[in-house]
Design a protein around this ligand. Structure first.
Ligand SMILES: [Fe+2]
Length: 420
């Protein structure tokens, strides 16, 4: 009696240990090794192994083995009949000697006999085979008792749950990978669509070819220089690409007028921010402020912009970024009635208008990005690609940029560059 009690305490101790082993998220292989060790140890079993079942390959792959030697097969195939029988058995151990009718035991008869495998425990969790446990003879040479089998069954459940959890995690990882790929594909499609739209907008305006694309890129640079998160940078770039979408409804001869347009034409043209907003609003953008950027990209900090004459803090931040990018591109490209202005002049203009038209911290970010590229501090060629190398190598551009940065009365994060 005392001996039985001791045995009971021992096996329950092992079971508890096994439970905590399986519930801890540690190395799976290590967990299986310890589980096998505990199982063999608790009933003094000479040798054994745990195999994981692959549904796709209909095979059992050995995860851990003890005392089975190098010649034991690492992969064992199951046929439909074997699987069905294992499922019926649930977690109850199958006596190898009495199961020889099954193809599985016929195929691996020699291996099992050689290693004296006596029991096979199908690991069936929620009506699915997740693996098997193979057990050799007991150290004392006795046959497995009903009590032993009960213990094995309880321990097998823990091990089976451990494998099922692992399978579930692998499946989750696979699905999240798939979702990520799907999301990336969708994002690419969205980006391509945005770029196609930008090209369509620019096509209408023959004098400002590539304007929307450039504004998208300048907006992106400003957002990057501000240190915004990647998704926000993307949103700002999209807003830049699409800011003039409302121009699609403005008559071509007004957009392409080779002279300064009159008041009536100007009123027509000035509708494009509001129209752009209407066009963009029903579209489900991954970034929320895209329609607002279109609507307010002609507002100015001093309230002298249009369509609503908003003041500084009333203007959405994203619209301020697009406004700066838009104005910069207008100044640095040839127009029908105006040549592009030299870099020095443009930078001075930005500085002069910081706090009036432009948000000073944005001008700072923009100039800082440009300065980094001109001085070689940054290896990027973002500005060079958009403006041409020569334009960026204008004489005196470095001191002018530094001067602009130092003179800026920014409302936030000003980078102070000492003049030298
Ligand atoms: Fe515009």
């Amino acid at each position: 009696m005392a001996e039985n009690q001791q045995k009971l305490i021992h096996t329950f101790g092992a079971l508890a240990e096994l439970g905590s082993e399986v519930s801890q998220k540690q190395n799976f292989q290590e967990m299986m090794r310890t589980s096998l060790h505990l199982l063999l140890g608790s009933l003094a079993i000479m040798r054994g192994g745990i195999a994981r079942y692959s549904r796709y390959g209909h095979e059992l792959n050995m995860l851990v083995m003890r005392g089975l030697g190098d010649d034991f097969p690492l992969s064992l195939s199951l046929c439909y009949e074997d699987e069905r029988q294992f499922l019926v058995n649930d977690l109850y151990p199958i006596e190898v000697a009495q199961a020889k009718v099954l193809p599985f035991f016929q195929i691996y008869d020699q291996s099992f006999e050689k290693k004296r495998i006596e029991l096979l425990v199908p690991l069936v969790i929620r009506d699915e085979i997740v693996g098997v446990i193979l057990l050799g003879e007991k150290a004392n040479g006795e046959a497995y008792s009903g009590y032993d089998k009960e213990i094995i069954c309880a321990m097998a459940r823990h091990i089976g749950v451990g494998i099922a959890q692992r399978n579930m995690m692998a499946e989750l990882e696979r699905r999240s990978d798939e979702n990520r790929k799907l999301y990336d594909d969708l994002r690419m499609t969205y980006k391509d669509t945005v770029k196609a739209f930008a090209a369509a907008i620019d096509y209408k305006d023959k004098y400002t070819e590539g304007h929307s694309v450039r504004v998208g890129k300048y907006s992106e640079i400003i957002a990057q220089e501000l240190g915004l998160e990647e998704s926000e940078v993307e949103g700002v770039a999209v807003a830049g690409y699409l800011h003039d979408v409302g121009k699609l409804t403005v008559e071509r001869n007004i957009i392409n007028a080779p002279y300064r347009i009159n008041a009536k034409e100007s009123a027509e043209l000035n509708k494009h921010p509001a129209v752009g907003y209407e066009i963009l609003l029903p579209i489900h953008h991954p970034y929320t402020d895209v329609p607002l950027a279109a609507k307010y990209h002609h507002e100015r900090l001093d309230g002298r912009g249009y369509p609503d004459g908003l003041y500084d803090k009333e203007i959405p931040y994203i619209a301020k970024i697009v406004n700066l990018a838009d104005s910069f591109d207008a100044m640095t490209t040839d127009r029908p009635y105006k040549r592009r202005r030299p870099a020095n002049e443009v930078i001075e203009d930005l500085q002069r208008n910081a706090g009036k038209q432009f948000a000073p911290e944005l001008v700072t970010a923009f100039c800082r990005g440009m300065l980094k590229e001109v001085t070689g501090e940054s290896k990027d060629k973002r500005f060079r690609r958009l403006l041409g190398r020569e334009y960026m190598e204008a004489e005196g551009i470095v001191p002018i940029l530094k001067n602009a940065l130092n003179g800026m009365n920014a409302t936030s994060s000003l980078t102070f560059v000492s003049p030298d």
